[in-house]
Design a protein around this ligand. Structure first.
Ligand SMILES: [Zn+2]
Length: 295
C-alpha cells in the first residue's frame, strides 16, 4: 500500500487531434492536494456562514433600532398629550375659579426640568444600541408614568371640586318661593304692625297657592311655631337654611329630602298674620339675611 502511494505514476493525456502530453505524479501528492482542496472548501464555507450570521445580526440590529425609534416617537407623542392634558387642566382650574391645587402649585423649575428631559429623551434612543443606557430609559418611562398619574390625580381633584361646587350652588336659595305675589313687607326695621325688626320678607298671594322650596335640602322642622303659625324649616347645608311661615297646608315632613322648586306647602294666614301671605326667611351661617338677594 505504502509503495503504491509513493510509487511514481505517469498520467498521459492524449487529445484526439493535437499532440498528447504526459506528466509524472505520486499518488500521495494527489491525496494531499485533495485534502488541501477539502480544507479550503470547509474554510470558505465557515467564512461564508459567519458572514451570513453577521448580516443577520446587522439586520436584526437595524430592526431593533427602528423599533426603538418607534417607541421613542410613541413616547414623545404621549408626552405631547400629557402636555395638552396639563394645559386643559390649567384652563379648567381657571374656569372653575379653583385657587391653587396640588398640580398648579408645582414649582415652576420642576416643569422646566421635565421639559429639558423631554428634549434629551429622543436622543437616548437614537444612540448606538451598545451605548443605550437601560437605566436612563427606565427613568424616562418611570417619569412618564409618574406624570400621567399626577395628571389623573389632578383631574380627580377638579372633578371633586366641581361636584362640591355644584352641591353648594344647589344648596344656595335662588328661586322665588311663590308665584304671583306682591311684597307687603321687606327685610329690616318696620313700624307696622308694631316697631320691630322683620327678619324675613312677606309675599302676599292667593290663598292655597303653592309654596316652593328655594334650594335642595332636608326638612328640619314642620308644624306650629310661635309667631309663624304653620311653618317649615329647611336645612340646605353650606350654611344655608330657609323658613316658610303662615302656611295653610304642609306637604313635607321632618327629615324629607327636598329638591329646589318642589312644592312643600300652600299659602295661608296661620299664626300672627293679618292676611294671606308667606313669611319667608333666609339664614346664612346662623344669621338672617335679606331674602331679596336670593330670589
Ligand atoms: Zn313676615
Amino acid at each position: 500500500m505504502y509503495s503504491f502511494l509513493t510509487e511514481s505514476m505517469e498520467i498521459v493525456i492524449i487529445p484526439k487531434l493535437s499532440r498528447g502530453f504526459k506528466f509524472t505524479v505520486r499518488p500521495y501528492v494527489v491525496c494531499l492536494l485533495a485534502l488541501l482542496w477539502l480544507g479550503i472548501t470547509l474554510y470558505s464555507f465557515f467564512v461564508i456562514t459567519r458572514e451570513i450570521d453577521y448580516n443577520f445580526v446587522k439586520a436584526d440590529n437595524k430592526v431593533m433600532k427602528a423599533k426603538l425609534a418607534m417607541i421613542a416617537e410613541e413616547l414623545s407623542n404621549n408626552r405631547k398629550y400629557l402636555k395638552l392634558a396639563r394645559d386643559t387642566d390649567k384652563q379648567m382650574r381657571q374656569m372653575l375659579g379653583m385657587k391653587g391645587g396640588k398640580f398648579i402649585n408645582m414649582p415652576g423649575g420642576f416643569d422646566d426640568a421635565k421639559e429639558e428631559r423631554r428634549i434629551t429623551f429622543s436622543s437616548i434612543f437614537s444612540k448606538e444600541s451598545k451605548d443605550i443606557n437601560e437605566q436612563e430609559i427606565n427613568e424616562v418611562f418611570k417619569e412618564t408614568t409618574a406624570a400621567a398619574e399626577e395628571q389623573l390625580a389632578s383631574f380627580q381633584e377638579i372633578a371633586w371640586f366641581y361636584t362640591n361646587q355644584k352641591n353648594s350652588s344647589n344648596a344656595k336659595p335662588s328661586i322665588k318661593p311663590a308665584k304671583d305675589y306682591r311684597v307687603t313687607s321687606s327685610f329690616g326695621y318696620r313700624l307696622n304692625p308694631f316697631p320691630s325688626y322683620h327678619y324675613g320678607m312677606d309675599l302676599a298671594g292667593k290663598a292655597n297657592s303653592p309654596i316652593y322650596v328655594t334650594a335642595d335640602g332636608v326638612v328640619r322642622q314642620t308644624g306650629w311655631a310661635l309667631g309663624y303659625g304653620q311653618a317649615v324649616l329647611v336645612d340646605h347645608s353650606f350654611g344655608y337654611s330657609t323658613l316658610y311661615g303662615h302656611l295653610a297646608d304642609i306637604r313635607v315632613k321632618k327629615g324629607d329630602r327636598v329638591k329646589r322648586g318642589q312644592v312643600i306647602a300652600s299659602m295661608g294666614t296661620t299664626g300672627r298674620s293679618t292676611g294671606v301671605h308667606l313669611h319667608y326667611e333666609v339664614w346664612k351661617d346662623g344669621t338672617p339675611v335679606n331674602p331679596k338677594d336670593y330670589l
